[in-house]
Write a protein that binds this ligand. Structure first.
Ligand SMILES: *Cc1c(COP(=O)(O)O)cnc(C)c1O
Ligand code: SF4
Length: 335
């Protein structure tokens, strides 16, 4: 039985169990340090973007290594206080690209709906760090203005659910949302941008897979993954459940200093993703968000890395190296 397999593969996280895993996430820097066997840090300076690390993600962090590439993505560091020129809290000018609350409409034919402000893991380099965290779980009613607007725009053929992480919505809310999208006859595709298969792989349960398979819309899942050490057997199984169901899965990664800014790490990541039937889609240049400057890799170095990858991997295994430029009609290629 598929359900039995699912429970085995995810080490006891059954459908719905992901919410317990989420509730049980590590939520303080000192607890995180203690659990990975590192000395505690000076508290206080990391307020505003709280620590959130699910235990499944934690289990992939090597104990006792302060420069572990997964730890660096989730542990606040004093460098976050350094805000050089050019870094700000809204570097993408997103407020300007938002016709109604909860909707970002920058590119022709596709519109992004901010389905929720919450995530399964808090990444220190994220643009979301300056957005207010919602006090209560998201409701469909909050997305009403965005849905109405998409309903009236017949040029929109694709809805992108983003956030935050749309897979922090439960299957009931998600099903309602997908149902609403499917009622709009001009909408053909539903894309989900998510880090949940990495943060809490048990999120990809039979109900979610079934709901994506059953909709009239063509589903596409874009998974955010930055380092090969983020992929363990539970993550592999979660991705396999999507691909086995016929759902195209693409990946996006952020180029991060000291984490994945070398050709060996990137080559291993992209080749492994291809082996898992996930197509590498985007490698993002970091958005210049205040508090993230220490993660920035110079574009010239990014270009050299991509060039080296082109010499080592099949063409389809090398993602497009892009950055977001406010006002541009698409993501801008850096190659
Ligand atoms: C990245 C992004 C998209 C999707 O762009 P693709 O190039 O189609 O992947 C759509 N809307 C917004 C606001 C985006 O930031
Ligand atoms: S999961 Fe995505 S949206 Fe959430 S904090 Fe990480 S990068 Fe940001």
């Amino acid at each position: 039985m598929a359900t039995d397999n699912f429970q085995d593969e995810t080490e006891g996280v059954a459908d719905g169990g992901w919410q317990a895993a989420w509730a049980d996430a590590v939520r303080s820097a000192s607890e995180l340090c203690r659990l990975v066997g590192l000395p505690d840090q000076e508290p206080g300076w990391a307020a505003g973007w709280p620590v959130l690390v699910p235990r499944s993600y934690l289990s992939r962090i090597a104990p006792g290594d302060p420069s572990d590439p997964l730890l660096l993505q989730v542990l606040p560091r004093p460098e976050e206080l350094e805000i050089p020129e050019g870094f700000s809290s809204d570097p993408l000018g997103e407020t300007a690209a938002s016709p109604v609350s909860g909707m970002l409409w920058k590119y022709q034919g596709r519109s992004l709906i901010v389905a929720t402000g919450t995530c399964g893991v808090h990444c220190r380099f994220c643009f979301r760090r300056h957005f207010p965290l919602p006090a209560s779980p998201p409701r469909l009613s909050a997305m009403e203005p965005a849905l109405e607007r998409v309903g009236r725009e017949r040029s929109i053929h694709e809805i992108i659910l983003s956030g935050g992480d749309p897979l922090t919505l439960d299957d009931g809310s998600l099903s309602e949302l997908v149902g609403r999208a499917a009622e709009m006859l001009h909408v053909r595709r539903l894309r989900i941008h998510t880090r949940m298969p990495i943060a809490i792989p048990g999120r990809v349960g039979p109900r979610l897979v079934e709901l994506l398979r059953a909709t009239r819309l063509t589903p596409i899942v874009v998974v955010h993954v930055n380092h090969p050490a983020e992929i363990d057997p539970a993550v592999e199984a979660a991705l396999a459940r999507l691909v086995d169901a016929g759902i195209p899965v693409l990946s996006q990664s952020v180029l991060l200093r000291g984490i994945n800014d070398n050709a060996d790490t990137l080559a291993e990541l992209f080749e492994w993703l291809v082996d898992l039937r996930v197509v590498p889609y985007y490698l993002h240049q970091l958005d210049r968000v205040a508090g993230t400057a220490h993660f920035e890799v110079p574009e010239a170095r990014g270009r050299r890395l991509i060039e080296e990858l082109r010499g080592r991997l099949p063409g389809y295994a090398v993602p497009r190296y892009v950055r977001e430029v406010p006002g541009a009609s698409s993501k801008v290629s850096l190659e």
